[in-house]
Write a protein that binds this ligand. Sequence first.
Ligand code: PMP
Length: 298
Amino acid sequence: LPFDQRDGVIWFDGEMVAWADAKLHVLTHGLHYASAVFEGERAYGGRIFKLDEHTRRLRASAEILGFDIPYSVEDINRACEEVLAANHLVDGYVRPIAWRGSEMMGVSAQHNSIHLAIAAWEWPSYFDPAQRLKGIRLDLAQWRRPDPATAPAKSKAAGLYMICTLSKHAAERKGYADALMLDWRGYVAEATGANVFFVKDGVIHTPTPDCFLDGITRRTVIDLARRRGYELIERHIMPEEMNDLSECFICGTAAEVTPVSEIGPYGFVPGEITKTLMEDYLAEVQPRAEMSPMAASA
Ligand code: PMP
């Protein structure tokens, strides 16, 4: 079913509205000038993993674009939980999005109202589960992550996804699952919706997030790797170095930890570290008994 025709409800500017009625006017600034920021969150066993961090990043993304979301962190957290429950989802994906409205049409939008909507749906696996275990294949994208002096790289801004969609479409046309983007200097940056890690001689290497999203999953994986005692280095990585890197995986809220078998001409074999971190991540996201409100009040 197309995304605008599903059953269920969407939280829209403070109210639950029927899914099919969550509509905007075509002269919305967010549509014409990409003045929109969003989040992607996953719920496991009824709990949204790192919800507070996602909500804070959403508000920070908006601030970078010069607007203030008119709801507090607590209000947004509650709304995300309510949307999940109202759609009878225990495991699901949550998508809050904030945008500038339609009061002014033109580059300037100083007096436009700010809107927030939150939807939730089932999204079991971002990549084909059959492919996922042996590793997915990535294309090397033609588009590069821009210099932070060129675009607000730290904001999860809709406009920054233009090059992601271009790269992903080009990859899919060639039969790849996704694409790896380099940055404006030519260093390895990230996939179109996930961060990237490599392994060489038991050491984990990941690009320094100085011009792309420092993902919440990325930070979780770094934390899990350190807890395991693995050595981990954040540094600039040149694409040719991938010749010598033996394991590769990407990670993100939707992608979770997904092994990679190929990036353009470079090959990888999912190994012990990738498998361990994949399992550790899936264990980490599960709600623990002491976290549930029921347990807390008992
Ligand atoms: N990079 C990009 C471009 C993304 O869209 C995402 C997904 N939000 C990530 C990285 C990973 O971020 P996170 O782990 O916070 O989902």
